[in-house]
Design a protein around this ligand. Sequence first.
Ligand code: COS
Length: 383
Amino acid sequence: MALDADTLQQLLDTVGRFVRERLVPLEHTVADDDAIPEEIVAEMRELGLFGLSVPEEYGGLGLTMAEEVQVAFELGGTSPAFRSLLGTNNGIGSQGIVIDGTPEQKARYLPKLASGEIIGSFALTEPEAGSDAGSLRTSARRDGDHYVLNGTKRFITNAPEAGLFTVFARTDPESRDAKGVSAFLVEAGTPGLTVGKLDRKMGQKGAHTADVIFEDCRVPAANIIGGKEGQGFKTAMKVLDRGRLHIASVCVGVAERLIRDSLAYAMERKQFGQPIAEFQLVQAMLADSRTEAYAGRCMVLETARRKDAGVDVSTDAACCKLFCSEMVGRVADRAVQVHGGAGYIADYGVERFYRDVRLFRIYEGTSQIQQLVIARNMIREAA
Ligand code: COS
């Protein structure tokens, strides 16, 4: 349900204040420790940040997409690792249930995801299946009123923290493509499920990924999302359509943060007797970044509003993810350039953002997959 304008503004102000006053001061610590302090996680829970997109009847805030992207703009104002921890509960770790789950699955899991009592995780990618998501090999063999899962999932965000995994596995052993794939809800602690060691990543320290391994892991048949085999790939695609829009909005938020930092530095830093912001070549970098971030903000808001109106935004969500993730890469590069030597030194934090934003062009569909989705849909519409 859409919030009234005042309530939405209050929410955005509260999240903005939380980001500036609680999260920004901890950015270095979180990167150094590769961990988000427990008291911060508790505050996130109190603010309802794990349940932004979960319907109100299951304890979430039930935001519209247009409202959610505005919250994500605010969350982009700090290290992406913070957003990553609550991102899966609002996106790929819960939306399979919200979109396609049975009433029982919704009632059992959504309240815990909305409150942040458990962390949700999305296990699609495998050692040999990433962009070609339909080719996955993890198998799910029916055995009485259970399925037996075997296989390995790779680079799974929040796997070490997760209480619930949405796992994609092949229920039709004869199939080789998307049609034989089903989605399962697998609780952490189920015998046969293990999480590998933490991946050592380029950036986003504090956010964790790891392998998830299934060895004769028995999952109740009631935990197949929607109760039907063969629907898993479509569930994944619907979840990713939404996730791509959310990631695009985080990219806009991070770009705006980097622009603020770059402007502040350029107005303070003096060379040749004046602030470097007075130099037109520096101004060009600031202006280009501002223009691109504004374009990203507009396209994300427009796509979110159209999604709320019931329009199929698969193509536009891919456009948003493609443009905004590439855009924030350019903005981060210019931010390093405006900061000069300081941009390369860890103490200033800009180099950390430069590494952090690199992931946006890769996960939830690479830029090349977005291009492919956009062009395929264009051809389909024209035919
Ligand atoms: N919404 C609903 N259904 C969708 C859909 C969407 N956005 N996209 C595809 N589908 C459906 C198709 O309609 C098709 O259904 P039918 O068989 O009934 O016609 C089915 O899903 C298979 O679609 P398609 O033939 O297009 O599948 P492909 O195997 O060719 O794959 C791409 C398509 C490449 C687009 C897909 O594999 C993809 O998005 N890959 C990237 C995955 C990704 O983001 N990985 C990152 C890791 S997850 S963090």
